[in-house]
Design a protein around this ligand. Sequence first.
Ligand code: PMP
Length: 393
Amino acid sequence: MPFDLSARLAERRSAQLFRQRPLLESPQGPEVVVDGQPLLAFCSNDYLGLANHPDVIRALRDGAEKWGVGGGASHLVIGHSTPHHELEEALAEFTGRPRALLFSTGYMANLAAVTALVGQGDTVLEDRLNHASLLDAGLLSGARFSRYLHNDADSLAKRLEKAEGNTLVVTDGVFSMDGDLADLPALCAAARRKQAWVMVDDAHGFGPLGAHGGGIVEHFGLGLDDVPVLVGTLGKAFGTAGAFVAGSEELIETLIQFARPYIYTTSQPPAVACATLKSLELLRSEGWRREHLDKLIARFRQGAEEIGLELMDSPTPIQPILIGDSGRALRLSAMLRERGLLVGAIRPPTVPAGTARLRVTLSAAHSEKQLESLLGALAESWALLIKEEAADV
Ligand code: PMP
């Protein structure tokens, strides 16, 4: 029978891989209401606590009054308005690059950049743990597509030897499910030897990383020659929505001329660009957010290690706790929820088989007291899980 959807869904359920959407009934923030239950959340990407900032909300409201709600059309028709343009100029200045181009989502920015730069006869080389949008982009491009071992410049170099045509090396800046940093100095050096271009999706690095929040390229002190194609998303530390690609004049003009995911879609609402202009200002001026976040990260790692939890090599607000088995990760997440905490269990296919994890994310909006509540609940739940498992044997 064609389209046997119920069998497919049942299979996913029995493998403990069924995904459910929690219903958020409050604004974003550390304290949320989900499915009727008040919870302390450690799972959003609002790393700097700007998603619910009064000045950002006011900028959105004022923007809607001035510019209306809908983008109205694609950028190339009549959808490119003054707030979009001003935000692009501000993002170019922020990233220290000649130009930036605004997109409605990071997924689209990634599809656009890769497919506009490489095609048949070319090569795209990606870290095997790259975000799904980058992997999809590589496949969609029609270029020869190969994945190198995670963060391994030697594995990349071997693939570069066999590369044909224009070659694009693509990596997350901060890996979204592991929280570790791309080894950009080594990856860029390997790419440079073969005249390949490097594209970095720094969705999770802009905001938390770099002395001024400029992300992984600022963290490593890299420039346009090292990373010609730099992507940032605005729905995470910026607290709003959308994404951008920053690079040379020619790169941005190439995207405007050739990138189908840019050309054939409606622009984001201009009021969202107004809100992002405000959040960019806060991200740059309020360094205390990054400092507080760094303190929370250090304290979380120390506390989790004391409990005996297995952490990953992450200096970022993404602090996964490696569990392994999907059912076990779900059980721990459920135990935390019984104690009033929301931390998502991440399972395959989002992460490799056997590496299910709890993805804890920290935000500058969390207080030290809230972090201690998380550590307390983790200690209790972990001890209980081990006891349960011992009783099962
Ligand atoms: N890149 C990375 C590394 C991401 O984690 C995400 C979103 N989770 C995206 C791109 C997609 O961005 P957006 O949500 O704006 O589509």
